[in-house]
Design a protein around this ligand. Structure first.
Ligand SMILES: NC(=O)c1ccc[n+]([C@@H]2O[C@H](COP(=O)([O-])OP(=O)(O)OC[C@H]3O[C@@H](n4cnc5c(N)ncnc54)[C@H](OP(=O)(O)O)[C@@H]3O)[C@@H](O)[C@H]2O)c1
Length: 322
């Protein structure tokens, strides 16, 4: 079958390790099944894999891709939950299973004509969502959902700041925070992206690092090193940063004295459970919320999509169709 794989690791030139071509059909262990992929969305995770983050060279070549929507073996339209983990081992939450992985880390990913997944990872796709929209949900949108509704402690009427408005997770945060009754502020390096963030539902937008009119209850962080100091300074005393990514680097100064004097909380968040994915899908179905697709590419033109992702010139999600 045709697939898009990481064939080599190159931290400096990640796209040089991208390989498009024929790969063996996925093997299907007991309790797993095969999905005919119709759409799969790109995530920064795919670039991290090509850079050698979260994977070792022995596992290569590895089919990339965490997210998919497609048709299961019985002909049903499904969304694929990307977390391979055991809820029992995680105290009822598979994202807390110490051995959990995402598709494309240990098991072949979704940038292929077919992908094998545990049966429990299939969630029905509502007809109201296109395959391209549904393929945005399992990683970026699910991560945003858990950050906002499980990890943040936010209540309707609170103010949330979303750093780096253009990203896949960030655009999801803006839309979902609006749906959740929050006052939504966002930053971006780019004026056009700030304008788009307003259209998407942000109540106010600011230049990256810009001074805010008042401090916020919670900051949503996926940018990392370049926005961290601003995130700490933007919080009211007792406020919280929810962090799920560090695109610009993972090691900014911790500024511990600010953390304890201001009594701030720093909370990590990763992906979401199958149950959270089902609730996110229901929210889309009942509230009219739709993932923002920047553009779609044929699976065989995945190289162009990866180039877009690597430049950061994206607003919303890049989707591959099969
Ligand atoms: N923990 C998890 O489960 C999880 C899940 C999904 C994603 N993540 C992580 O979250 C991060 C975002 O993921 P994504 O898929 O949303 O990525 P993305 O779509 O590539 O988003 C990148 C965004 O970061 C912003 N940014 C600001 N300053 C930047 C800088 N100096 N360099 C690069 N980008 C900068 C940009 O926003 P502006 O141009 O608007 O400023 C850009 O649009 C990634 O690091 C990813 O690995 C983690």
């Amino acid at each position: 079958m045709f697939a898009v794989s990481a064939a080599r690791i190159d931290p400096e030139q990640p796209l040089s390790g991208l390989e498009l071509g024929e790969r063996p059909e996925p093997s299907v262990p007991d309790g797993w099944t095969t999905v005919q992929v119709r759409a799969a969305s790109l995530n920064h995770h795919d670039l991290w894999t090509l850079r050698g983050v979260g994977i070792t060279a022995e596992r290569l070549p590895m089919i990339l891709g965490c997210d998919a929507a497609g048709i299961d073996a019985d002909g049903n339209e499904v969304v694929v939950h990307a977390v391979i983990g055991d809820p029992e081992a995680g105290g009822g939450d598979e994202t807390m299973d110490p051995k959990r992985s995402l598709l494309s880390e240990v098991h072949p990913g979704t940038f292929a004509e077919r992908v094998a997944v545990p049966r429990r990872n299939l969630v029905p796709k509502p007809a109201a969502l296109t395959f391209a929209e549904a393929a945005c949900l399992p990683t970026a949108w699910l991560t945003a959902y858990r950050m906002l509704f499980t990890r943040s402690g936010l209540r309707p009427g609170d103010t949330v700041l979303v750093q780096g408005a253009g990203g896949g997770v960030a655009t999801a945060l803006i839309v979902l925070a609006r749906a959740g009754g929050l006052r939504v502020w966002a930053t971006s390096r780019d004026e056009a992206k700030r304008a788009r963030a307003l259209e998407l539902g942000a109540h106010a937008v600011f230049e990256s690092g810009g001074r805010l009119p008042e401090r916020v209850d919670v900051v949503m962080e996926t940018v990392g090193a370049v926005t961290w100091a601003h995130s700490l300074r933007s919080l009211r005393p007792g406020g919280r940063i929810v962090v799920s990514g560090a695109t610009s680097g993972p090691n900014p100064p911790a500024e511990l004295s600010r953390v304890y004097f201001q009594q701030l909380s720093v909370v990590g968040s990763t992906m979401g459970t199958r149950d959270e994915l089902a609730r996110l899908i229901r929210l889309c179905e009942t509230d009219g919320v739709r993932p923002l697709v920047d553009s779609t590419f044929d699976l065989r033109d995945a190289g162009s999509a990866f180039e877009r992702l690597a430049t950061g010139d994206v607003f919303g999600k890049l989707v591959l169709t099969v």
